[in-house]
Design a protein around this ligand. Structure first.
Ligand code: AMP
Length: 655
């Protein structure tokens, strides 16, 4: 495999991208960088966001631009201001060790005077949206007759947004001798026409088929009545709340604002992005989302164009998009840079046909899931809460004599009663929220492709196999799946896995279970014997999409997490005492998105009962409730209501 140096990237840039975590080039970078650097050829790339295309053109441009030549040498044109800002930021990062390169971003909705003065100070690279660029050209504020490199990024989007004429006008103003690089997620005739007219025998690169083919994305859907969509959305978010970092797509500005308002009112950490917001408001929302101050972003398709935020755990389609390409674009916001993601569609019965169209035309395989029951959501929250307490470090300095005296009424309570009181307090909120909450799944008999009902909260039909290795053995989802696939000679696609601290689950179709068990049971992993057996539970679904991102702070103890802490003498009551600190903090660190296996037991006191850390104990519920690396976060997407509410200020739709 080639590295960036093999591709001809110079040292100053190599150092900069190393700091950004770029170790090996992505396929599009591997193909385009040498062509860009070493030949005079134009480049036509069929590639989507998430493939690394910014660096594919950005690194060569930074390398080729001459700081001593104080004219505009490169022009990057892209459809939206968000993308424009992102590209200029990326270019800035690539060039941070190469002094004297000025990059100016010009886009609508921001002070044109400031942009003009930035250009006047001397720009080597302009990153622009077409509308604002035209505006500046018409004001004679910038001269593109000197450019050597023109990049058209997300060209199909620019045409979709009605920028065709503008783009052609701009290209016509550039010199004849220039290099053109065009990137597009699709290659409709209109793009071919531009390529034919403005490019010279381009080197063609195709990377991946589309985001729909991204194996890191799990596509799920649930069917509910239209009137229950909001309640179902909340359930889904609550169930996944320990690590959710999501974009929820709505079809209209009104719906986007409405759902955002409702979520905020209900205590979720959400905000929205749509075309009625001012530029300042949009930037504020995006910044807060980027910094995880907002965990749930509601957006229209247009507003979300060009959003490049890494680490999105879930894309949620509150409404299906009007066209299939938008589904692909939306979903492509997650599952990036090798991470796993879930694209979840909330469907009402009338939309079923459209989902099938998407499935057929974009080659996506959807798995049906059931909206979790209120009880399941509560159980999961309970596990997360217990886990938070178990993992909370005791702040000894808090407990001086005075505090200890005040705590006396608590310390005299039997520890079991104390725990029950704390849990009752914690659960009261959920009990109220979910008291008598109905099953939200339709009973229409809607079937999955395989003719079976989906599993609640998950998506896999068949058998669940317990395997006695997990994160503590050095596995993550990917490596575990690789290992299971290799040992059992099965394809990745046939396996859904769930990796916990000291054990894991493999969900497979019924007929494959025996094969997996035979391959793994009695096998060894790094010298240790492996046990694999039917778990006796139904497959809990693809938690792969939710797992693996958070930190694993767990110890090896199974159900003993809580109990063993309790046995350390008086510390148990302190553990409870530290609850405020642990509950508020650290949502961003995320947790391990493990969901406890479903259990037969309902006895409340049983949560603390399974002492011991016998990692070879069977798959029973003990493993779930005591697992320390369960979600650390117990709040919803967050509890902080967003501060700055958007006003209804209108602005131009285009750039
Ligand atoms: P892009 O397709 O340019 O929007 O890039 C998608 C994401 O992948 C961005 O967050 C980049 O920073 C990241 N990225 C691009 N190239 C690499 C690479 N070679 N190694 C690691 N991450 C990369």
């Amino acid at each position: 495999m080639k590295n960036f140096s093999d591709l001809g990237v110079e040292t100053s840039i190599l150092n900069a991208i190393q700091e950004m975590g770029f170790e090996t080039p992505t396929p599009i970078q591997e193909q385009s960088i040498p062509v860009f650097l070493e030949t005079g050829q134009d480049i036509l790339g069929l590639a989507q966001t998430g493939t690394g295309k910014t660096a594919a053109f950005g690194l060569p441009i930074i390398q080729l631009v001459e700081p001593s030549n104080r004219t505009i040498q490169a022009l990057v044109i892209c459809p939206t201001r968000e993308l424009c800002m992102q590209i200029s930021k990326d270019l800035g990062n690539y060039s941070k060790n190469k002094s004297g390169i000025n990059i100016v971003a010009v886009y609508g909705g921001s002070s044109i005077e400031r942009q003009i003065s930035d250009i006047k100070r001397g720009a080597h690279i302009i990153v622009a949206t077409p509308g604002r660029l035209m505006d500046l050209m018409n004001r004679r504020a910038l001269n593109i007759s000197t450019v050597k490199y023109v990049v058209l990024d997300e060209a199909d989007e620019m045409l979709n947004m009605g920028f065709e004429e503008d783009v052609e006008y701009i290209l016509a103003e550039t010199p004849k001798e220039k290099r053109v690089c065009l990137f597009s997620a699709t290659m409709p005739k209109s793009i071919r026409n531009i390529a034919n007219r403005y490019m010279n025998d381009p080197f063609e690169i195709t990377v991946g088929k589309s985001n729909s083919g991204n194996v890191n994305i799990t596509h799920q859907y649930a069917v509910v009545h239209a009137r229950d969509k909001y309640a179902a959305l909340k359930r889904f978010v609550d169930f996944n709340s320990d690590d959710i970092y999501a974009i929820i797509f709505c079809t209209t500005k009104h719906e986007t604002q409405d759902i955002s308002d409702k979520l905020i009112k209900d205590g979720y950490n959400a905000d929205c992005l749509h075309g009625d917001l001012s530029q300042g408001q949009r930037e504020k929302v995006m910044n807060r989302f980027r910094h995880h101050a907002i965990k749930i972003l509601l957006a229209t398709d247009v507003a979300a164009r060009g959003i490049d935020v890494s680490g999105i755990s879930h894309v949620i389609h509150f409404s299906l998009p009007d066209d299939i390409e938008n589904y692909t674009h939306r979903s492509g916001r997650t599952g990036r840079a090798g991470k796993l993601g879930v694209s979840f569609t909330l469907l009402n019965m009338r939309e079923n046909g459209r989902l099938r169209d998407i499935e057929r035309l974009s080659n996506v395989k959807f798995d049906k899931i059931l909206i979790p029951s209120a009880e399941e959501v509560r159980d999961k929250k309970l596990v997360a809460f217990i886990d938070t307490i178990v993992n909370t470090e005791i702040e000894e300095s808090i407990f001086d004599d005075k505090v200890m005296t005040s705590l006396r009424p608590l310390l005299t309570l039997p520890s079991e009663e104390l725990v029950q009181k704390f849990l009752s307090l914690e659960l009261r909120r959920f009990s109220a929220e979910y008291l008598n909450a109905p099953d939200l799944n339709t009973t229409s008999g809607d079937r999955t492709r395989d003719g079976e009902r989906g599993e609640r909260g998950g998506n896999v039909r068949g058998q669940r196999i317990f395997v006695s290795v997990g994160k503590k053995d050095g596995f993550d989802i990917r490596s575990f799946k690789d290992w299971v696939a290799q040992e059992s000679s099965l394809d990745w696609k046939e396996l859904h896995v769930d990796v916990s601290g000291v054990f894991s689950f493999v969900d497979v179709k019924e007929e494959l279970a025996e094969k997996v068990i035979t391959a793994l049971n009695g096998n060894t992993y790094e010298g240790r014997p492996v046990r694999a057996e039917l778990s006796g539970e139904k497959p809990g679904g693809s938690r792969e999409g939710r797992g693996g991102r958070g930190g694993d702070r767990g110890g090896r103890s199974g159900g003993g997490g809580y109990s063993s802490r309790r046995s350390e003498g008086g510390s148990s009551s302190y553990g409870g005492g530290d609850r405020r600190r642990s509950s508020g903090g650290d949502r961003e660190r995320g947790g391990d998105r493990e969901r406890a296996p479903r259990t037969e037991r309902s006895d409340r006191s049983s949560y603390g009962r399974d002492a011991g850390s016998d990692r070879s104990s069977s798959t029973s519920d003990r493993s779930g409730y005591g697992t320390r690396d369960g979600g650390r976060n117990r709040s919803y997407g967050g509890d902080k209501p967003a501060g700055d509410r958007p006003s209804g200020e209108r602005r131009r739709r285009r750039d």
